[in-house]
Design a protein around this ligand. Structure first.
Ligand code: M6R
Length: 609
């Protein structure tokens, strides 16, 4: 949550920082601001709401400088307002900061600082930091920041500049992501890689406890005790175009349409259908480690949690390993039974979700083997887990997770089949069959996307409905949850996902002509069961939109609308049924005029508890 960026070099810092903020806006979008140093004065522009408001402000009152910092906010302490927008300054307007994270002891710091007659002008936790830096300042910004950090409790990615030292940015990281971009005669800081891709692909991923001083031609990283730290410069493979809309109306639509490629990229060089082999280089479990695994916990939040729910079916059915799936915010407080025979798999697109990171740390503390499924290279979760399997999805900018979900499923299929192969719980023939099915998934998704408009045609009938039920069974039950989550987060329509067999235990009371039901009814061992559930809905005047396999003639007579998807094995089907669910939510959101990519109250990366 919240994005920060900083620049020092010979370009106009306000331009570079503003463009970077645009790429970070998905992290928070209730206010934004920029600070630069002009002459020996700080110049600050801030505004409430989206970046277009800040843009107007910058046009009305331009600023030009070679050094600047910027922030896009998702409010934690204090409502979205200009006073609470970052950057924040000390009372003498000498030092200015941007901050992502939460300062837990801000209230006591504030009380102390107020007694020392420091005037606060916002309700934020961040403002205490800048007053503290000013208090410790004695002609050396870096030292003042070091002294300040020793008094802070909580998480931060900080960018600080001072009008009396206009040739440097000081930055620091603790439990919030921060990257330094290395340019030629210019350097950058940012919350994530995508903000810097138009300028450089050479990046340093700061570690917790790092504090850095950045000038236009030098980067020095130290720890809080002022000792030099050596940090590798990594070359990032993503390119700037991947963070653009490329002609699509929304990032979400672009990301939905990217899925044939992202799924294929995630499988490439890892599955070999002809040989019945999976080879995931990143995972170095020995066969004896695998035999030792008594159970698996899969932990994540939101969409990542739903991918985890699908994985339970795969680990249990393919590899015969008992698997539990937990929402990260529950896992860490419920005292789960953890030991060195338990494998804990944390799933996170961003690799920065605070609850998932905490779950990973709990697992490590209890001696579990840990594995992360992540999209962002160098993210906190990927660095702390013993092994990380990356989804090769490229940057996901739309707040609603789409290609990351199918990427996570792709990883789970490979991992479950790999474990099954090593444990010999599937025959080589079965392995080959599943791998062949997986190999065909990108083609099938592509085929379905060529008729995406049919989903739009159906969505048009339902755009004014106030409630939806999503039903699924077995491996597609998590997809019912995911379909409902997609709809509610981007269109603000109330939607619930249910295991279809649960209908009779309560939810069927909701059925009438005003409650559309989306039923995932692909061919499977329990196809007839879901057909019965559909009949029960129809018998009570409900309206059914079924998602069914191509060629299923029966379903048309049972439902009001059918979305046909290419047929595949039932275990593999979720990676395909996900696509119509994503599109259905997308088209409804567009027709309601909602902000598809940046839905209200949300942020892409939830880095606070
Ligand atoms: O980055 P993560 O995968 O850890 O994020 C987890 C959730 O915050 C995320 O999936 C969220 O639920 C999405 N908005 C769903 O579309």
């Amino acid at each position: 949550m919240c994005g920060i960026i900083g620049y020092i070099g010979c370009q106009n810092a306000a331009d570079v920082v503003f463009k970077g903020l645009k790429r970070l806006e998905y992290r928070g979008y209730d206010s934004a601001g920029i600070a630069v140093i002009v002459g020996n004065k700080l110049q600050i522009r801030r505004s409430v709401g989206k970046l277009c408001n800040l843009e107007k402000e910058l046009k009305r009152d331009p600023i030009n400088s070679n050094i600047g910092i910027g922030h896009t906010r998702w409010a934690t302490h204090g409502k979205p307002s200009e006073e609470n927008a970052h950057p924040h300054t000390d009372s003498t307007n000498s030092i200015v900061i941007v901050h992502n994270g939460i300062i837990e002891n801000y209230a006591e710091l504030k009380l102390k600082l107020q007694k020392e007659v420091r005037k606060f002008s916002s309700e934020t936790d961040t403002e205490s930091i800048v007053h503290l830096i000013k208090k410790h300042y004695d002609k050396d910004l870096f030292k003042a920041v070091l002294k300040t950090l020793k008094e802070l409790k909580g998480s931060y990615a900080l960018g600080v500049i001072c009008k009396d030292e206009p040739n440097k940015i000081v930055c620091a990281r603790q439990d919030a992501p921060l990257i330094i971009g290395i340019g030629k005669g210019e350097n950058f800081i940012a919350s994530d890689v995508s903000a810097l891709l138009p300028y450089t692909r050479n990046m340093i991923f700061l570690e917790n406890g790092d504090v850095a001083e950045i000038t236009e031609d030098k980067v020095v990283v130290k720890n809080i005790e002022n000792s030099i730290q050596s940090r590798e410069i990594k070359n990032i493979k993503w390119n700037a175009m991947q963070s653009e809309k490329n002609g699509y109306k929304h990032f979400m639509l672009k990301e939905i349409f990217e899925q044939p490629r992202t799924i294929e990229d995630t499988f490439r060089d890892r599955i070999y259908p002809d040989d019945g082999k999976v080879c995931i280089e990143e995972v170095k479990f020995k066969e004896e480690d695998i035999i030792k695994i008594s159970s698996i916990y899969v932990v994540g939040c939101g969409t990542a949690y739903h991918a985890g729910l699908v994985s339970k079916f795969l680990f249990e059915n393919f590899a015969k390993i008992p698997t539990e799936v937990d929402v990260a915010s529950e896992f860490k407080y419920r005292n789960p039974i953890l030991n060195n025979k338990v494998l804990v798999i944390v799933v996170s697109q961003s690799g920065e979700t605070a609850d998932t990171l905490a779950a990973l740390r709990l697992a490590k503390k209890n001696g579990c083997q840990t594995l992360a499924v992540c999209n962002i290279v160098g993210s906190s979760i990927s660095r702390e887990a013993t092994y990380t399997i990356y989804t090769h999805c490229g940057p996901e900018i739309g707040v609603a997770s789409t290609k990351a979900f199918t990427g996570q499923l792709a990883v789970f299929y490979m991992l479950a089949l790999d474990l099954a192969s090593k444990k010999r719980t599937l025959t080589n023939k079965e392995l080959k069959r599943y791998l062949k099915e997986l190999w065909e998934v990108p083609l099938k998704v592509n085929k379905f996307l060529s008729i995406a408009e049919t989903v739009n045609d159906i969505a048009k009938f339902f755009e004014h409905k106030k409630n939806f039920l999503y039903l699924g069974r077995h491996v597609n039950y998590p997809l019912a949850l995911e379909g409902a989550l997609k709809l509610k987060e981007i269109s603000y329509i109330h939607a619930e996902g249910y295991a279809a067999g649960e209908m009779k235990h309560g939810p069927i009371a909701l059925i009438d002509e005003f409650m559309p039901v989306v039923a995932i009814a692909i061919k499977s061992k329990i196809y007839e069961k879901i057909i019965s559930n559909i009949e029960e809905v129809k018998a009570r005047g409900g309206v059914v939109i079924a998602i069914a396999h191509d060629g299923d003639k029966k379903i048309a007579s049972k439902s009001d609308h059918v979305i046909y998807v290419p047929s595949t094995d039932e275990f593999i089907s979720p990676i395909i049924t996900a696509i119509p669910l994503q599109l259905f939510a997308y088209y409804i959101s567009v027709s309601l005029g909602c902000d598809v990519d940046q839905p209200r109250n949300l942020a892409k990366s939830v880095t606070v508890e």
